[in-house]
Design a protein around this ligand. Structure first.
Ligand code: NIG
Ligand code: FE
Length: 420
């Protein structure tokens, strides 16, 4: 007896090149260049889930369609998975444009932060807005990211810092995500900085995070991940171990800002604690890379942060790929210099700054991001059973993804619906 054919309510037909990114996960080493491409392909979906992927010629014999099926003709253009932006700080109010101008005039990020600028200024601005207004700000940024092809996005708190303000930020992220086509993953980043009003009581602030804030955030299910800014002048590796240890004990998954401006052993700490991801890694050591490869920690890289902070170097992505580390990309959207929410721009810098091929950058921006967020069975590739998140490009040339200045994405399907 043959199985009944799956039913489809939406079809995307005539993809000149369908980059499925299907196959074993994580994609490591040479597999990053394999896009699992199908020529003249179709994708069928129902109620937001993919039910068929294959040659367009096989579609008729493979699915039944509902009476009011929506059929989208890709016209021979490339179709790729929706982008997964694995690192953003988009829950903030206000701006720090004066700091960006100061950097253009030669000041460094760390100098500005040590002179009272940086994260703590955005904390003041973010605490001053209502949760409803912050929700609107987050939603507007999710909308703009979606228009650029980002269908899954990690969003951190970290500009509230008191327990009440961190909860309000995570509630705003939750509320913005509830009514949004993008898939949002929430990260508690109470350890982004020591707030100004607790500077005289550093130990008290950390102890409160560990014993009160983290258990409460976990109990209220306000976040999937916890993160720490482990950096010279911010949180030490020992403090980071304590905070992330408490987060793991409370049931949160772990990620960490590691080795961005200086090598603090953050990558090795991520490996020791079983973190899902270590992020930035511009100054990571060879030992840190080896530890990440052994422990299966994903390297989430934000080349736009190197670029906008004028750091003069990028994370050693080639070395990490060769060592067998799983790679993801993020935009690092933030008010201090995360000036671009565009994943194609991050891909461009990954290619021209970090030495990746377009295929490797696309893997990192899709299934790599899904691995970084623990969503590898849900998003990041075009496979039966996954969320129907796909992008129809303007042409069949993948190189168009790294031509800066025009949006290479013609249409966005998120959760099986045309979203942009
Ligand atoms: O570069 N976490 C550290 N710094 C952020 C930017 C935060 C800010 O400057 O507001 C980052 O990831
Ligand atoms: Fe960051």
């Amino acid at each position: 007896m043959s199985q009944p054919l799956p039913e489809a309510d939406t079809l995307v037909r005539h993809a000149g090149l369908l980059a499925t990114l299907r196959g074993p996960r994580p994609r490591l080493g040479a597999a990053l260049r394999d896009l699992g491409a199908i020529r003249d392909a179709a994708v069928a979906m129902r109620a937001g889930r993919i039910v068929f992927v294959g040659p367009d010629a096989d579609l008729g014999a493979s699915v039944r369609t509902t009476a009011n099926v929506i059929e989208i003709d890709a016209g021979g253009a490339a179709v790729i998975p929706g982008f997964v932006d694995a690192h953003t700080h988009l829950a903030y109010a206000g701006d720090r444009d004066d700091e960006i101008r100061a950097r253009l005039a030669g000041a460094s990020y760390e100098e500005i932060a040590s002179q009272g600028g940086g994260i703590v200024r955005t904390v003041t601005a973010t605490r001053a807005v209502s949760r409803e207004d912050l929700t609107l700000l987050v939603r507007g940024r999710l909308d703009r990211a979606l228009g650029l092809g980002t269908t899954s996005v990690e969003v951190k708190s970290g500009y509230g810092l008191s327990l009440a303000a961190e909860k309000a930020s995570l509630e705003a992220i939750t509320a913005a995500a509830a009514s949004h086509p993008a898939r949002v993953v929430r990260t508690y980043l109470g350890a982004h900085e020591i707030p100004l009003d607790r500077r005289a009581d550093r130990e008290g602030y950390i102890a409160e995070m560990v014993t009160v804030a983290i258990p409460e955030i976990a109990r209220l299910r306000l976040a999937e991940f916890a993160d720490v800014f482990c950096e010279r002048g911010v949180f030490t590796a020992e403090e980071s171990r304590r905070i992330l240890g408490a987060a793991a004990a409370a049931g949160l998954a772990l990620r960490i800002h590691a080795d961005e401006f200086s090598d603090q052993g953050g990558a090795a700490l991520a490996a020791e604690l079983g973190a899902r991801s270590a992020d930035h890694l511009i100054q990571v050591s060879d030992e840190g890379i080896a530890a990440m490869a052994r422990a299966g920690v994903v390297a989430t890289l934000m080349p736009a942060a190197s670029f906008f902070l004028k750091l003069g170097r990028f994370a050693p992505a080639r070395k990490m790929i060769d060592a067998g580390v799983s790679i993801a990309l993020g935009s690092d959207t933030n008010p201090g210099g995360g000036l671009s929410a565009s994943i194609p721009f991050a891909m461009t810098l990954a290619c021209f700054g970090m030495g990746l091929s377009v295929e490797e950058a696309l893997s990192a921006a899709t299934i790599g991001g899904a691995m970084s967020l623990g969503l590898e069975n849900e998003v990041g590739s075009i496979e039966v059973g996954k969320r129907a998140d796909l992008l129809i490009l303007r042409s069949d040339r993948l190189l168009d993804l790294v031509r800066v200045g025009e949006n290479p994405v013609a249409r966005v399907l998120a959760n099986g619906r045309l979203a942009a």
